[in-house]
Design a protein around this ligand. Structure first.
Ligand SMILES: C[S@@+](CC[C@H](N)C(=O)[O-])C[C@H]1O[C@@H](n2cnc3c(N)ncnc32)[C@H](O)[C@@H]1O
Length: 199
């Protein structure tokens, strides 16, 4: 038995503050893997509440076990596909920060429509973020980084927090995720993108 949540546990829309004993700004980590990144953040930044979303059962279970083992009360994990969660369960103006770190890049042209970064997805992100909320996107695929960056630059709700047209090759200290280290071990540079919702 662990503390994973499932899509059927959630209201439509869901007030995620209900899952935490302290009402604090909400941070969403889409595609959390084994949760190293969000768990580290939950420990080092206890004044935020964290929501991990991971579709794979063994990974979501591992996150839940780690949360339980550390008795963390400011982080939960939902085992689901985020494209199921986002349209149904998101409240407007709800999240302080949303991370999309190293999503599957779907490199083959015939699968490129499966990529997460689309204008429709960014519309959901914008709707879900509070004003001045943050969207972080990281990838080790340069072409995907440029594509995502261009979608964000063209989107009327966002401005580039790093400066016009800037994609950083340097991770913010807190954003060194497992897949960042995998890429580094393969001598592949990663790309870090940070936009803020301005309207
Ligand atoms: C490449 S890993 C990156 C993990 C972590 N964010 C990191 O940077 O180390 C991508 C993760 O996203 C999960 N994932 C992919 N598509 C997803 C979706 N539609 N909904 C939820 N999780 C998804 C995968 O199962 C995998 O664990």
């Amino acid at each position: 038995m662990d503390s994973r949540l499932f899509i059927q546990d959630l209201k439509k829309p869901q007030d995620f503050h209900e899952y935490f004993s302290k009402k604090q700004d909400l941070v969403l980590d889409l595609g959390s893997g084994m949760g190293e990144f969000a768990i580290e953040l939950a420990q080092t930044h206890p004044h935020f509440n964290y929501i991990c979303v991971e579709k794979r059962m063994p990974r979501a279970r591992a996150i839940a076990e780690r949360i339980d083992k550390r008795s963390l009360t400011n982080i939960i994990v939902i085992q689901t596909r985020f494209e199921w969660l986002i349209p149904h369960c998101f409240f407007h103006n709800h999240f302080h920060t949303i991370y999309l770190n190293f999503p599957d890049p779907w490199l083959k042209a015939k699968y490129s429509s499966r990529r997460t970064m689309t204008t429709k997805f960014l519309n959901y992100v914008s709707d879900a973020l509070i004003l001045n909320g943050n969207f972080h996107f990281a990838t080790d695929v340069d072409e995907y980084a440029q594509f995502g960056h261009d979608l964000l630059e063209d989107h009327p709700d966002f401005i580039n927090q790093l400066g016009p047209q800037v994609i950083s090759k340097e991770p913010p200290e807190i954003q060194k995720t497992l897949f960042y280290y995998h890429a580094q071990n393969d001598n592949i540079d990663s790309n870090f993108i940070h936009f803020t919702k301005v309207k």
